[in-house]
Ligand binder design. Structure first.
Ligand code: NDP
Ligand code: OXD
Length: 314
């Protein structure tokens, strides 16, 4: 019985060492490096697997996605009917919270302005507002969104969350569903997007949504921060909204096409900050340990933790 690892863009060496550490004595094959019989694969550990990978795996029992987002697996036409588990892990969550906090603070404390001034050797103290003057709205209020909300609220920001179903979190205003979207946007100066990519959320970050954001905040216009998935955003609408002042700035970690092509106008836009889809990396050691625990669970007859709801797509 084979445990298969297949991850596009990650180090086979690093992951095979880590998996061997936490799954000693097991038959672990690395797709693209090792010869293996697809029919013997019981557990597939995947990240951005090529479509077609699962087709010959006639005895697959579990898919373990090695990150939090499962859109690549859910869009696979050969997805077998077995359970699919994803990563929910304190290390990954904290990485995302670090990134979200960094980006919110970079806008709040006008970090790009100071970098530009340094390049000009110009000493100018840009105006500072209290965090309590800034309304952050977190769109996608799941494991990652709620953790970031807690830290931002602790820093003094006025934080709200929007989700599909209703949640109640002390110190955070919560909104849900289609009816909650307009009031959520209307009170939001900095929109942080941590939604999964599903048929319901594809292209949600478009001009119609941007015009619903608050226009009376301290930044002179709303700010978009997206670390969810590139398929959530309509990049042409983001550029147009930045150019006509509907948005004041944007920070993007994810893109419609990744890696972001060198020809993309997003790279050089003066109001856009780009990070290369690394807001929250999956650490090989931490996630291998987590997946080994998951395999122990299922082999003991228990369901895996953090199973994906196939109907909802996340
Ligand atoms: P969760 O499943 O825990 O949370 C998802 C949230 O989105 C939930 O609050 C859910 O609502 C909400 N949601 C889903 N669909 C809708 C909808 N149609 N309308 C309104 N709300 C909706 O996921 P995580 O927090 O763990 O991760 C979120 C996403 O972050 C991942 O799917 C991935 O795409 C992205 N990610 C990006 C990374 C990066 O490096 N850029 C790293 C890790 C994750 P409800 O609570 O009601 O279910
Ligand atoms: C994830 C990611 O979903 O890194 O975990 O994008």
């Amino acid at each position: 019985m084979t445990i298969l690892f297949c991850a596009t863009g990650w180090s086979n060496e690093l992951w095979s060492d880590a998996l061997a550490r936490y799954l000693p004595g097991r038959d672990i094959s690395i797709h693209g490096r090792d010869a293996y019989d697809p029919a013997s694969v019981r557990h597939a550990l995947v990240w951005r697997q090529p479509h077609g990978l699962f087709r010959p795996m006639t005895h697959l029992e579990h898919v373990f996605v090695l990150g939090a987002g499962v859109d690549k697996v859910m869009s696979d036409p050969d997805l077998p009917p077995c359970p699919i588990a994803r990563v929910v892990d304190p290390d990954l969550t904290m990485r995302m919270t670090e990134w979200v906090t960094l980006q919110v603070l970079a806008h709040h404390r006008r970090f790009r302005t100071h970098l530009a001034q340094q390049a000009e050797r110009r000493w100018h103290q840009a105006q500072q507002w209290p965090a309590s003057a800034v309304r952050v709205g977190i769109m996608g209020f799941g494991h990652l969104g709620r953790d970031a909300a807690e830290v931002l609220a602790r820093l003094g920001f006025r934080v709200a969350g929007w989700s599909r179903t209703a949640h109640s979190v002390p110190g955070v205003e919560t909104f849900s569903g289609a009816a909650g979207l307009a009031p959520f946007l209307a009170r939001t100066d900095i929109l942080v997007v941590l939604l999964p990519l599903t048929p319901d959320t594809t292209g949600v970050l478009d001009r119609d949504l941007f015009v619903g954001l608050a226009r009376d905040g301290v930044f002179g216009g709303p700010i978009l921060i997206n670390a969810g998935r590139g398929g959530l955003q309509v990049e042409g609408d983001i550029i147009a909204a930045l150019d006509d002042g509907t948005l004041a700035a944007a920070t993007l970690d994810v893109f419609e096409t990744e890696p972001l092509p060198a020809s993309s106008p997003l790279w050089a836009h003066p109001k856009i900050t780009i990070t290369p889809h690394n807001a929250a990396d999956s650490d090989a050691d931490t996630i291998s340990r987590l997946v080994a625990r998951q395999i122990e669970r299922v082999e003991a007859g228990l369901p895996a933790d953090h199973l994906v709801d196939r109907t909802l797509g996340y």
